[in-house]
Design a protein around this ligand. Structure first.
Ligand code: PLP
Length: 393
């Protein structure tokens, strides 16, 4: 062919983190078939959907098989019932005023994070290093230049705003993947103040909001002024085990504007053009997540993972190993002990304890020398892994 393609794809680094860890694990298993390898690298949930959610899905499936209650295309932004349910969750559970018209239901946070660039122009893009890779790659794919803001042990992996007033698009993720670090109210306020002063937009990824158990902000909109400068993107993936079921939502304040352009209206137009809605059955399942019983069951689900995280964190405390996360997050981000770099620590854990984790450097250059463990495994495996780590760390 002689067509021109999007050559910005040349700017993407090969994404080899999970394929490389899988390949090293495969090789080890092949050479040691009698050893039980435990993964503390799982980024996906492992517990089944809550009973209340299943019940709602089954009911919706039945409706789809009856002429009178069958549904075709869903509204692009979500059925009214789910937009209202999510707005009510903000008001009643998070203490934040959000209206149904500000809620756009989609098929998960990854899609919305990747697609939001459609409504934004060529700005300075500030992205923490290390971080969830989608922010970086979706900007590189459309030719944007990215400026990294370094997260490190000195700032507890919670970078603060720069000392300038350049209008920027700022990506924040709290609780953070991969570091598990969570911004305090003061930390987020500094970012909101900076965004307002500089005319910037914050894209706030709250995918792990439901893991917060301490008195820390669950939403950027809990911060005064955020409705003038922020978009929030969340997902039911880690809150309710929807990684395979697919539902998320993006909140864009009704008055969020840059000059004459209203971002709520632009996103509405974008979605109406390129998206045809989340399946009815899934939206009913999502509605059930936010019911009183659904929230209770999903909280138990999250508590299960948080208990695993606590077991790992307690071991690191005992060993005097520095880490962030472990509370308010399913992730534990630790400083590799004894001067190991990220990949040599990966090999060390695999060889000595048959444990797989994720090298921190895979999430960005500032992750070198760090390592991510996750709590999404079973209790039994987590306990066994902690016992093994106790012997070799
Ligand atoms: N944001 C962060 C920080 C994540 O870690 C993930 C998934 O791991 C996502 C977004 C994507 O979530 P979803 O399954 O809704 O696409």
């Amino acid at each position: 062919m002689k067509i021109k393609v999007n050559e910005n794809f040349d700017n993407l680094k090969p994404s080899y983190l999970f394929s490389e860890t899988a390949q090293r694990a495969r090789k080890y298993r092949a050479e040691h078939p009698d050893q039980k390898v435990i993964s503390l690298g799982i980024g996906d949930v492992t517990q089944p959907l809550a009973p209340t959610v299943i019940k709602a899905m089954q009911k919706a499936v039945q409706e789809m098989g009856v002429k009178e209650t069958f549904r075709g295309y869903a509204p692009e932004y979500g059925y009214d019932f789910i937009r209202e349910t999510i707005a009510n969750y903000y008001v009643n559970n998070l203490g934040v005023k959000v209206t149904p018209q500000e809620v756009f239901v989609g098929d998960g946070a990854k899609s919305d994070l990747g697609n939001i660039v459609d409504i934004l122009g060529d700005n300075r893009i500030l992205i923490p290093n290390p971080v969830y890779p989608v922010y970086m790659d979706s900007n590189l794919m459309c030719g944007r230049k990215v400026t990294l803001i370094e997260a490190n042990a000195e700032n507890d992996f919670l970078p603060m705003p720069p000392n300038d007033d350049i209008p920027s698009v700022i990506y924040l993720c709290s609780p953070n993947n991969p570091t598990g670090a969570v911004y305090t109210k003061e930390g987020l306020k500094a970012w909101v103040d900076y965004a307002i002063k500089s005319g910037s937009l914050i894209i706030f990824d709250s995918a792990y909001e439901s893991y917060i158990r301490e008195d820390l902000p669950h939403s950027i909109f809990a911060i005064e002024g955020a409705k003038q400068c922020a978009i929030e993107i969340n997902s039911l993936s880690k809150m309710a085990g929807f990684t395979g079921t697919r539902m998320g939502y993006t909140v864009i304040p009704a008055d969020l504007s840059s000059g004459k352009y209203n971002l709520n209206k632009m996103w509405a137009r974008r979605q109406a053009t390129k998206f045809n809605g989340v399946p009815y059955v899934v939206q009913r399942a999502g509605e059930a997540v936010f019911s009183e019983q659904g929230l209770k069951e999903c909280k138990e689900l999250v508590n299960y993972y948080l208990e695993n995280a606590k077991l790992i964190a307690e071991l690191l405390d005992k060993k005097g190993i520095w880490y962030t996360g472990g509370v308010n997050s399913p992730y534990i981000w630790l400083k590799c002990p004894n001067g190991f770099d990220s990949w040599s620590f990966f090999d060390y854990l695999l060889e000595k304890a048959q444990i797989i984790g994720t090298p921190g450097v895979g999430f960005g250059t500032a992750g070198e020398g760090y390592f991510r463990l996750t709590s999404f495994g079973s209790r039994e495996n987590t306990l066994e892994a902690v016992e093994r780590l106790d012997k070799i760390l």
